[in-house]
Design a protein around this ligand. Structure first.
Ligand code: AMP
Length: 192
């Protein structure tokens, strides 16, 4: 299975990813996690990405695409993957299509978590208290949500037109959402 978990910051992508990777035995690739790891290790990529992340802006496409292309070329991603936090722009959607096609495959499904803005802000502020992520301040949260609406949401159109977009209600209990996500993935598997 080649899956994308899509949705705004705070929608629960990271939380729900584990159910999908367990179910399908695929690798979880979170671009946010990879960037945070690079920032923590002070790599060249981390140094380049940090100022965008701290401001709640998207890291430039060329950096993200090169990183994902490299990651998807590794052995553990050959038989399937779950992308979380990528793609986030139209250019990233197109680049991903090229990468996957070059490997002789196609994407199976895009599962989008739908959560109301007020709920997202509440969740992100809660995460700031619990985990102290530097990009979970109120001002940066507002910018990240604005960027999602302006740049990321339009990128989903390509998947809707292809008939592989599955919208899932991301509000309510974590276990309930997990069940909805697994049902959507199973539908994609049947029709794929
Ligand atoms: P996340 O944990 O997915 O919310 O990502 C944290 C931050 O990393 C984002 O606010 C962006 O600055 C950066 N980032 C992660 N994935 C991408 C992407 N696909 N395109 C651009 N920037 C990204």
């Amino acid at each position: 299975m080649r899956l994308i978990l899509f949705g705004p910051p705070g929608a629960g992508k990271g939380t729900q990813a584990s159910a999908l990777v367990d179910r399908y035995g695929i690798v979880h690739i979170s671009t946010g996690d990879i960037f945070r790891e690079n920032v923590g290790n002070e790599t060249e990529l981390g140094l380049q990405a940090k100022r965008y992340m701290d401001a709640g802006d998207l890291v430039p496409d060329e950096l993200v695409i090169a990183m994902v292309s490299d990651r998807l070329g590794q052995d553990d991603a050959r038989d399937g993957f779950l992308l979380d936090g990528f793609p986030r722009t139209v250019a990233q959607v197109e680049a991903l299509d090229d990468i996957v096609a070059a490997q002789g495959h196609a994407l199976d499904a895009v599962i989008r978590l739908i959560v109301d803005d007020d709920e997202l802000v509440a969740r992100l502020l809660q995460r700031a208290r619990e985990q102290g992520r530097s990009d979970d301040t109120r001002e940066v949260i507002a910018n990240r949500l604005a960027n999602y609406r302006a740049e990321t949401e339009p990128a989903v159109t390509a998947y809707r037109e292809r008939g592989i977009l599955h919208d899932v209600d991301g509000e309510g209990d974590v276990a309930e959402v997990r069940e909805r996500v697994l049902v959507a993935a199973a539908q994609a598997e049947d029709t794929g």
